[in-house]
Structures are given as C-alpha cells and as structure tokens.
Write a protein that binds this ligand. Structure first.
Ligand SMILES: Nc1ncnc2c1ncn2[C@@H]1O[C@H](COP(=O)(O)OP(=O)(O)OP(=O)(O)O)[C@@H](O)[C@H]1O
Length: 266
C-alpha cells in the first residue's frame, strides 16, 4: 500500500548514518537521530564523545565524511553555515560574538540584520529601519533585558550576556536552535532562571542543547540523546534514559553518582 507521508511527521532535524573522520580517526561513527518539530533535546555524553563535533556537523562548520543531515526534510550536509542558517537553523554564538562596546539593543539589532543579510556598513542607516528596530525591541522583552536596553554589553553580568547571546541566536526567527552549554559557569539560582528563559524563548521551536549539568538536562529536555564514542547509544525520555542499563554503564551511572556526592559534600 502506498501512503503519502504526513508533512508534520517530517523530523525538524535528522541525522542518517553520519560519520566524521579526521584523518584516520573516526570521531562520529554512524550517528542516527530524528528530532521532532517543537521538541527540546539535550545531547549528553562523556568528554570527547563527539557532542561538539555533532553540532559542528549540523551547523555546517564541518562536512560529514558520509551520511545525510536533513533540516525539515531538506538535505543540509555539505552546505555552508550561512546557507543552513537561512534555511532555519541557528546556533548560539558564544559571548565572543557579542560586541562589548555596543548596547544590548544595538547587539540585538545586529542579530536581526545579519539574519536579513545586512552587513555592518549599514549600521548608520539603522535608525530608519523600523521593522528591524521593532523586532529588536521585541527580542529585548523576550530575553528580559528591557531594563538594560542601553547598557553596553561589556557591563552586563555573565548571565545577562548569555541571555543576550540567546537573543541574538533567535533574532532571525529560525525554528531549530542549537545551544552549546547555555548555563555553563552560572550559579544554581541563575541556572534555574535561565532554564525558564530558554523554555520561554523556544516555545514552538525545536531545541538541541549540549549539556553537562544533569539538573538542566532533566529540567529542560523532552528527550535526551546520549552520545558515547561517536554513536547515539540512546534517544529517549529522561526517565527511560535514566533507567537504560547501557546508558548507566557507559555514562550516566558515574555522572549521577559524582553529582550526588558533590551535593552531599556541600
Ligand atoms: N578538528 C579536529 N581534528 C581532529 N580531532 C578533532 C577535531 N575536532 C575534535 N576532534 C576530536 O574529536 C573528539 C571529540 O571531540 P568533541 O569536542 O566533539 O567532544 P565533546 O563530546 O564535545 O567533548 P566535551 O564534552 O569535552 O566538550 C575529541 O577526541 C577531539 O580531540
């Protein structure tokens, strides 16, 4: 029987047997993953397992040695990062991509402009671009920095800078967002607030985040992808992943024990 595929069943992001070799070293070894639209996914795994490499493959920084990567059903492997960005995938820019001597509002405006294909030389015409300004104001509210609108980015707290980074990441309206350890370096209370912020700004979007903090993972993710030695060894709900013996053995057992021990010591 022939059935027409339902478009809503098309994964927002899909990896099919993706391999990445650096010279003779296999770093990603046949990774498979199908992320549904609107889902929040945490990618976890031991140091050196290949999580960042996976993000670099998805965002176009690296080209896979073989395999396919699809965004909303369209092949993106082999495309340049800016092309993938245009197709609706945005990866968090690290703080180094924030302009320290521009205000929060101006940084957001740059984010909106990049997504529209403008470049810095247009900065002096900015005041006339009503739609760009409106969008930047809206982002300012969404990331909770309206009170810091005219503050120079370099004078923000660390957590505020990370919020700004997320604002820039979502500026173009991409529907698939990649965040690399978004709460790294934050205190517990900052982390809690920040998870809420990520939840709010990614409503209706698909989120992939690389994360080491199990509190963040279990507080944020609908499903967890466990990467061990270049393979996705499990991709399931937090409960199922926690109880998966293979994951326990390969990774989670020791990590959870370490975190519990650290908490008990405080
Ligand atoms: N450009 C490269 N050339 C050669 N080897 C690389 C390259 N990039 C990454 N690797 C290697 O690939 C492996 C996986 O690295 P990757 O950074 O993807 O792991 P990770 O899971 O993100 O680790 P961590 O949690 O420590 O950030 C590492 O052994 C790393 O040394």
């Amino acid at each position: 029987m022939h059935t027409t595929p339902n478009p809503s069943d098309t994964p927002a992001l899909e990896l099919r047997d993706v391999w990445k070799r650096f010279g003779k070293t296999e770093i990603i070894r046949g990774a498979n993953l199908a992320v549904r639209a609107g889902e929040r996914v945490a990618v976890i795994g031991p140091n050196g397992a290949g999580k960042s490499t996976l993000f670099n493959l998805i965002s176009g920084r690296f080209e896979p040695s073989s395999g396919e990567i699809l965004l909303n059903g369209q092949r993106i492997d082999g495309k340049k990062p800016f092309q993938i960005n245009r197709l609706g995938l945005s990866r968090s820019f690290q703080i180094t991509n924030i302009f320290p001597k521009l205000s929060v509002f101006e940084n957001l405006r740059c984010g909106v402009l990049w997504s529209l294909g403008y470049r810095y030389t247009f900065l002096k015409f900015l005041a006339d671009l009503d739609d760009v300004n409106e969008r930047a104001e809206e982002l300012l509210d969404r990331i909770g920095l309206h009170k810091r609108r005219d503050t120079l980015a370099m004078n923000l707290t660390y957590a505020e800078q990370r919020a700004l980074e997320i604002g820039i990441t979502i500026a173009g309206g991409a529907n698939v967002i990649l965040l690399d350890e978004p709460t790294a370096g934050m205190s517990k209370s900052e982390t809690k607030r920040f998870i809420e912020l990520i939840r709010e700004v990614t409503v209706g979007k698909t989120l992939l985040t690389v994360e080491h903090d199990m509190g963040v993972v279990f507080g944020l993710a609908d499903r967890i992808a466990v990467v061990v030695y270049g393979e996705v060894i499990a991709f399931d709900t937090p409960e199922a992943v926690k109880n998966n013996p293979r994951v326990q053995e390969a990774y989670l057992g020791s990590v959870l024990a370490e975190q519990q021990a650290a908490e008990a010591a405080h």
